[in-house]
Design a protein around this ligand. Structure first.
Ligand code: NAD
Ligand code: DAU
Length: 337
């Protein structure tokens, strides 16, 4: 039976991955999570106690990480899946410090532990390490696109990716990497674009679009990100990087209009607000390697359907997001966003 240590397993995507693993494998999972503002105990509720253990702790705590990774050393199929990170660009502009600590030093700490114990690692990263594409550029990011990160968040993730590759090459650490595009789905924090707009409408507030809204993101449902990470963990080539995306390019303006339409509102009933500093123009993933080498296919091929289901989920889970909403909106309002 496989044993996994999932860092950041109480976050939006990490918790989705834990559910996915329990459903599709017989693995036992330890979640290591610092339970920052971004974590949700609720997202892990009801999971079988004989298969899931939750440890509250910091991924930068070398003693703790070393002990948890050490438990996997002799386990069949023992592996670390590293999701833990500070994840929100706007927060990284307000205060980069925790991004450098968690994303760079945290990844270093995980790498030293897997090196010491000879344990397999999958490192979860983002397409933002490649910077952005021009709006008119027909190209997409591939595994060989040069790194050109724009924000403190993406620079810290780029630093982490470089550390992983160096540990593979110099120390023979058995690691794979994935760089995924923008996720959406249940349990995403209300600071992020799609949940923010859905909950603004549900709360009777206004939908907020940064700048002109021409910026393009490549949307993928979190369930599909999880199935990709599991495929890489099970069949990926050590040392390889896989780009994860589901052909979901939409401009922010299109997304805002779709959210409003699906929620029965006038699609033009939104506000243009102060743009994000250094705002990346367009992300687009070429997932050919993942599809052809590992046979991965996304389940959510209709963004409209996935978004409609996400809206239903937020409408049914106001008890979870409402306590977080006021603080997030106050911080945005202070910046004219
Ligand atoms: P999230 O912010 O929802 O969750 C991050 C989790 O990490 C939280 O549970 C938090 O408590 C935990 N954490 C933060 N600092 C920690 C620390 N020092 N020690 C231990 N745990 C800590 O983030 P997410 O959107 O689920 O992203 C998860 C991973 O996927 C990140 O590495 C992110 O870079 C990557 N990613 C995210 C997206 C996206 O669209 N959200 C896309 C591609 C890649
Ligand atoms: O591409 C992958 C990345 O996607 C991940 O690595 C990050 O962790 C994740 O947060 C996400 O980054 P973005 O910055 O693209 O996502 P965010 O949800 O913050 O914003 C999406 C787009 O919407 C972006 O162009 C900014 C814009 N936006 C955002 C907010 C919060 C708005 O127009 N209005 C808003 O209110």
């Amino acid at each position: 039976m496989r044993r996994l240590l999932v860092t950041g397993g109480a976050g939006f995507i990490g918790s989705n991955f834990v559910h996915h693993v329990l459903e599709h494998t017989d693995a036992r999972v330890t979640v290591l999570d610092a339970f920052t503002y971004a974590a949700s105990r609720e997202a892990l509720e009801g999971l079988p106690a004989d298969r899931v253990r939750v440890v509250e702790g910091d991924v930068c705590d070398a003693g703790l990480v070393g002990a948890l990774v050490g438990e996997l050393a002799d386990a069949e199929g023992g592996a670390v899946v590293h999701f833990a990170a500070e994840s929100h660009n706007d927060n990284s502009l307000a205060d980069p410090s925790p991004f450098v600590t968690t994303n760079v030093v945290g990844t270093f700490t995980v790498l030293e532990a897997v090196r010491a114990h000879g344990v397999r690692l999958h490192h979860v990263s983002t397409d933002e390490v490649y910077g952005d594409l021009e709006l008119e550029d027909p190209g997409r990011f591939t595994e060989s696109t040069p790194y050109r990160p724009s924000s403190p968040y993406s620079a810290s993730k780029a630093g982490a990716d470089h550390l992983v590759r160096a540990w593979v090459r110099s120390f023979g650490v058995a690691a794979t990497l994935s760089n995924c595009s923008n996720n959406y789905g249940p349990w995403q924090h209300v600071e992020k674009f799609i949940p923010r707009q859905i909950t603004n409408v549900l709360d009777g507030g206004r939908v907020k679009l940064y700048g002109s809204g021409a910026n393009v993101r490549d949307w993928i449902h979190a369930d599909d990100h999880s199935s990709a990470v599991l495929a890489i963990l099970e069949r990926g080539v050590i040392g390889a990087t896989y780009l994860v995306g589901a052909d979901g390019e939409r401009s922010n303006l299109e997304v805002v209009r779709l959210v409003l339409e699906l929620m029965g509102r006038d699609p033009d009933d939104f506000d243009h607000v102060t743009d994000r500093a250094g705002h990346d123009l367009r992300y687009a993933i070429d997932p050919t390697r993942l599809r052809t080498e590992l046979g991965w296919v996304p389940r959510f091929t209709s963004f409209e359907e996935g978004l409609a289901r996400t809206i239903e989920w937020y409408a049914a889970h106001a008890d979870w997001w409402r306590p977080k909403k006021a603080r997030v909106e106050a911080a945005y309002a202070a910046k004219g966003q």
